[in-house]
Write a protein of this length. Structure first.
Length: 117
């Protein structure tokens, strides 16, 4: 299982970014995917989840209405569109898949998002 995030960077408050997570090593279309983030000195938190078909999503209250998760099962990629970014969105963002058969989570290396003027 291999997950590679990209698309992070420095953006001004109110700006937008789209994160991507390219997946390999498993049957991507069979698994729900999640986005987490971790700010300095804080615990990792779940930001968004999307089911395997891409027709059901769920978001934390802190990002609801601003972030949108989507996926392209033909490209084995999951996305996180982030709009109206705030300084408190600054964190390392990780994509995640949990595999029941192995009883464990798999993580990408993360991508840094910094929201600052």
């Amino acid at each position: 299982v291999h997950l590679v995030e990209s698309g992070g960077g420095l953006v001004q408050p109110g700006g937008s970014l789209r994160l991507s997570c390219a997946a390999s090593g498993f049957t991507f279309s069979s698994y729900a995917m999640k986005w987490y983030r971790q700010a300095p000195g804080k615990a990792r938190e779940l930001v968004a989840a999307i089911n395997n078909a891409g027709d059901f999503t769920n978001y934390s209250d802190s990002v609801k209405g601003r972030f949108t998760a989507s996926r392209d099962n033909n490209k084995n990629t999951v996305y996180l569109q982030m709009n109206s970014l705030k300084p408190e969105d600054t964190a390392v963002y990780y994509c995640n898949v949990f595999m029941v058969v192995f009883g464990r989570d798999y993580w990408g290396q993360g991508t840094q998002v910094t929201v600052s003027s």
